[in-house]
Design a protein around this ligand. Structure first.
Ligand SMILES: Cc1ncc(COP(=O)(O)O)c(C=O)c1O
Length: 404
């Protein structure tokens, strides 16, 4: 990000920021007007409660129940609402989860590739990330996972395994969605190995399926009986699907002891939560502005995905041996370079990209262990379709240079 700011003309496909052009300025102004003018009551400028605004929690619980179960059953929504707490972005919920579960030296199983800021968080707390094996198609390799768990038990590491983490919808960085059978298979494999440990499902991009039905087809862990008996935490956010600057996310944790531990630590982090941003979002969700914004974003990100894909393809990247799958949601293309082509910060390819004026995230940052050297994450969140076309062309020129 610093390089992008310091280098004039550099086009960044690196930062996972949202699209400035579609930020919901009008909806936020409308929400503020409703708070400040239509129903003037200054409470939204007072400290918020530790768990967050009851109205926002209830609205998020109803939304989640509808996504997971198709209809919002009153009792189910009430239980979800009790389990929901609002955080300073879902990042805070992830931090609270690990802070309350792990000691230095503990192990967390992660998806492969995984969200690199979460991996950094683990490293910062002295916790070891261990990748769950995947097959060539990117799906979890459950027999290999069973083998890994057996090996951990045999090696005396089982007691250090404290949690399992995965990004399940339109993942950062891979763009993949874990399908329902895959998630159920994961639950069964963990259970069979005697590893009924806390599960963290990071659903940061669930709302950003270009066709909203794709995400609805796969229930979250809270809506699936396969996870019965596991302590569960589902994290979601209102940053990527609405306004990142409001920095509001949430956790839903039906396990009373784990939730109480997280809220206890959260009180130490926050001492009164950010009520103003929550009040704006409560208005936006209740008025329908949030849903309307999603429709805008889904169209905009689909157009941007296509613009970047078209630029890379037209300039001949597949002919140079690069491969990627088209994500059905989210903000990222995950590219695999030909074997042997290093893409790390100190690689010839990275220098060639900087010379061409384009920036990316080296994929090696996105692995808990055993990182391949030839992957790249490209974000199409920030740049316009026209700028993405130019950035894609530059990226391919760099690939051509190192291809010799
Ligand atoms: C997979 C994933 N999880 C969580 C987050 C945290 O987002 P926020 O704290 O803005 O909710 C991000 C942000 O990029 C992300 O990509």
């Amino acid at each position: 990000m610093q390089l992008a700011l310091e280098t004039p003309g550099l086009l960044s496909l690196a930062a996972g920021f949202t699209d400035n052009a579609t930020l919901p300025v009008g909806s936020v102004a409308e929400a503020l007007r409703a708070l400040a003018v239509v129903a003037p009551d200054s409470e939204y400028l007072q400290y918020g409660t530790n768990a967050g605004r009851p109205g926002l929690r209830a609205a998020l619980a109803a939304r989640l129940a509808a996504q997971d179960q198709g209809a919002a059953d009153v009792d189910a929504v009430a239980a979800l609402c009790d389990a929901t707490f609002i955080t300073n972005g879902s990042q805070q919920a992830l931090y609270l989860a690990i802070q309350t579960l792990c000691e230095p030296g503990d192990i967390v199983l992660v998806d492969r590739p995984s969200y690199f800021v979460f991996l950094e968080l683990l490293g910062g707390l002295g916790v070891e990330a261990r990748s769950m094996p995947v097959a060539a198609d990117g799906r979890l390799d459950l027999p290999a996972l069973a083998g890994l768990l057996a090996g951990m038990a045999a090696g005396g590491e089982r007691s250090r395994l404290k949690a399992v983490y995965f990004v399940s919808y339109f993942s950062n960085p891979s763009g993949r969605t874990l399908d329902a059978a895959e998630k159920r298979g994961l639950a069964a494999t963990l259970r069979a190995a005697g590893c009924v440990v806390p599960i963290i499902e990071d659903a940061a991009y669930r709302e950003l399926g270009y066709d909203s039905a794709t995400a609805r087809a796969v229930p979250g862990i809270l809506g699936d009986a396969a996870w019965e008996g596991f302590p569960l935490l589902y994290t979601g956010t209102l940053t990527k699907p609405f306004a990142s600057g409001l920095k509001v996310g949430f956790g839903v944790c039906p396990d009373p002891a784990w939730r109480a531990a997280m809220l206890h630590v959260k009180g130490h982090h926050d001492f009164g939560s950010g009520n103003f941003a929550q009040a704006i979002l409560e208005q936006a969700v209740q008025s329908g502005a949030f849903e309307a914004q999603l429709a805008v974003l889904r169209r905009a990100y689909l157009e941007k995905r296509d613009a970047l894909h078209a630029a890379l393809t037209a300039a001949g990247l597949p002919k140079l041996g690069w491969r990627w799958r088209m994500p059905e949601g989210g903000l990222y293309l995950w590219l695999e370079a030909p074997a042997g082509l290093a893409t790390g910060f100190d690689s010839a390819f990275c220098r060639a990209c900087l010379d061409e004026g384009v920036l990316y995230v080296p994929g090696e940052l996105c692995f808990g262990d055993d990182a391949p050297m030839n992957t790249v994450r490209l974000s199409f969140g920030v740049l316009s379709p026209a700028a993405l076309a130019e950035a894609g062309a530059r990226f391919v020129r760099a690939a051509r240079k190192v291809a010799g």
